[in-house]
Design a protein around this ligand. Structure first.
Ligand code: NAD
Ligand code: MG
Length: 390
């Protein structure tokens, strides 16, 4: 029986993974080592009961008594707090899904990479903030990292185990998010509710707003750079409003391999769960005749300044990824809280990058979780300060 752990089980990705586990035998087929959630005790307890989990961890330490009560009488051990989340990741499991949102996902990602096994990585922030550290930790300890982000899973599938030597260009597609067709001058007035409405994918609120700003794609360009080791000029972004083609891999001989599928994260999660095999998944089948046509356009850098910031970060290297990621999270918090406008997010991030670039050690890639978190904290302060001045 294979053993699994899910970090961020109560989120959008976590729910999809839970659905796949329940739909493929549930507790009779899977040994669930650990499930973690942020604050939703009721849902975490429900999932732990359904999968007969050995351990359930709630990240908000104040909620430990609630979790204990909700799981009383079951065999599930309970724990709470950030350290308990990271410790849960130390427990051996064959397959671990890193699906916490934001920089908080880095500690469990690193812990899984340290103990070996398969790390199914939805938390792209881990690679953005600490790509070299995470990849090296996995390499040294023999861990396998499998991409769960749909575009990166698509590239991985297009490569089909082949190497990158003949690859000329990897293209990540982007739906364009909620404001793809808005007049540019309206963007400054965009509300949180408007930014939270994704045309194609049902995702958590934060990544949905990041899709509207293209910060999600900016993170993904950096993620592709770290995961596949490609230079920035061999990673392209293409706006594809239908979200059917997830990525394209172009080879030096002019051949292009594309990955197509319905926009449903259960495909990418399920691919990583079954890898290297393929197994039936409960995702809608494509009907290209019904779709009729697929469209593509180049991304507009005026509409989406986040894309240029990603290129800047790759060119800088060092701590730039950790800074961009944290500043983006702060700017997003500030936008959601109504402190800054939608169009203020990119300048706030650019400001934090400028400030960090003047600091000693910026050119060095952070070599520990503590180093990443120290850049992270400073970047949040800088982005917040920009927001207050705006
Ligand atoms: P979400 O907000 O729906 O869920 C996040 C999960 O993390 C929840 O379980 C939440 O309780 C937990 N969490 C939040 N803050 C936490 C903290 N400080 N400590 C511990 N746990 C915490 O997010 P999501 O949309 O499922 O995204 C999860 C990850 O997957 C992100 O890194 C995102 O970029 C990536 N991803 C998501 C999608 C998608 O379709 N939703 C697609 C590709 C990649
Ligand atoms: Mg993606």
């Amino acid at each position: 029986m294979r053993s699994v752990s899910i970090f961020g089980a109560t989120g959008s990705i976590g729910e999809s993974a839970f659905d796949l586990l329940m739909g493929s035998g549930g507790p009779a087929a899977w040994r669930t080592v650990a499930l973690t959630g942020g604050r939703n005790v009721a849902r975490l307890a429900e999932m732990a009961r359904a999968l007969n989990a050995e351990l359930a961890v709630i990240a908000d330490a104040r909620l430990l008594p609630d979790l204990r009560a909700a799981l009383a009488g079951t065999g599930t051990e309970v724990a709470a707090g950030d350290a308990a989340v990271a410790e849960a990741a130390d427990r051996p499991a064959d397959w671990s899904l890193s699906a916490i949102i934001g920089a908080a996902g880095l500690a469990p990602s690193l812990a899984v990479a340290r103990r070996g096994g398969v790390l199914a990585l939805a938390n792209k922030e881990s690679l953005v903030a600490a790509g070299p550290l995470l990849m090296e930790t996995a390499r040294v300890n023999g861990a396998t990292i499998l991409p769960v982000d749909s575009e990166h899973s698509a590239v991985f599938q297009c490569l089909a185990g082949g190497n990158l030597d003949s690859v000329e260009m990897v293209t990540l597609t982007a739906s364009g998010g909620a404001f793809r067709d808005w007049p540019l001058e309206r963007l400054a007035q965009a509300t949180v509710a408007e930014a939270s409405a994704h045309p194609n994918w049902a995702m958590g609120q934060r990544i949905t707003i990041d899709s509207a700003s293209m910060f999600n794609k900016a993170l993904e360009v950096i993620e592709a750079r770290e995961f596949f080791g490609l230079p920035s000029d061999r990673i392209a972004v293409l706006v594809h409003p239908e979200s059917i083609v997830h990525a394209l891999v172009a080879h030096v001989d002019g051949g292009v391999i594309a990955h197509l599928g319905a926009p449903d994260m259960r495909h990418a999660i399920g691919h990583a769960l079954n890898w290297p095999a393929r197994a039936p998944l409960p995702v809608a089948r494509l009907d290209l005749a019904a779709l009729g046509r697929l469209t593509f356009r180049a991304p507009c850098e005026t509409r989406w300044p986040a894309l240029a910031l990603a290129r800047q970060v790759i060119a800088s290297g060092g701590a730039a990824g950790a800074v961009l990621n944290a500043a983006k999270e702060q700017a997003l918090d500030d936008f959601i809280a109504g402190r800054i406008r939608f169009t203020d997010m990119a300048p706030a991030v650019a400001h934090a990058l400028d400030r960090a670039a003047g600091q000693a050690g910026f050119a060095r890639s952070p070599d520990s979780l503590e180093a990443v978190l120290s850049w992270d904290a400073a970047a949040r302060r800088d982005a917040a300060a920009w927001g207050r001045a705006a």
